[in-house]
Design a binder for this molecule. Sequence first.
Ligand code: CU
Length: 329
Amino acid sequence: MLRNTKTSRRAFLKGAGGAVGAAALTGNFGLTDAIRTLANDTDTVRVQGDVPQNKMSAVLPETSNEIVLRTPHIVKEIAPNTPYEVWTFNDTGPGTHLHVRQGETVNFTLVNDGPMPHSIDFHAAQVPWDRYYQSVAPGESLSFEWTPNFPGAYMYHCGTPPVLLHIANGMHGAIIVQPEGGWPEPAREYVIVQHEWYVGEADADGVHRGDFQKMLRAQPDFVAFNGYPNQYQDEPLVADPGELIRIHVVNCGPSLWSAFHVIGALFEAVYPNGTPANRQEVAQTVSIPPGSGYTVELRIPDEGLYPFVTHNFAYTGIGALGILQIGNP
Ligand SMILES: [Cu+2]
């Protein structure tokens, strides 16, 4: 877990110069140390202890139209034995799952506590790019209001060039817009962000960073659900036999398609863009382009284990496989 070592922070930072590049991180610490960039002063903080895992819950959070996103760069374990400088929204990449209510004002603030310019782009919003989606300098913030007019499962991301680099390093996430009046039927709701990791060789500090050439070729080392490859094999998503399960799947890419599929099950309804009015009945697999979302509904009658994957099998084996556990098989 993160334990700030504030007493040593200033001394460590003298040599960091406010940057998080490899050259700034040549202190005498090992793989199990973590480095964290903090607010306002674009400081870099060394945190003792194990590198935190970049795992996220798949449970859809309660709705809130008050959103603050911060952008620290944090060394996280993005796969076993792979400490990586994640460019985060609120300490993880993908960033916090967001869940807002259609038709109500969203009060949003972006706080750039990273070491470089970052920005926001909400696919759920209708706002001028030239005013709200511009880069925010380190130590500065940007606030604006907007209203989600259309329900759905949307991507949000940093749009600072090179956008490919910012997204691939973790600056993306899901924002689910709950329809006015809610969905017709309550369900056990999950949110899954599919995304890629492109891992460079470890730097002298033992920390990996993104490999831009791999990103350009779209040859990932891992394809993950919610930050960490295969995490829901060890900790399955759960539901009861016959219960309605609603999964909001957002493909943040940055570059690969998702062919979302549950083995041993069928979707009884699917909703392109995650929008209730788009309801279609019965599907085996849905095709989700990067930068889009889909909501799927299923009911599984029998207890057992049901893997969910991207059925694009070149990538299934590098992390895009989780387990849905029905009952207590
Ligand atoms: Cu960014």
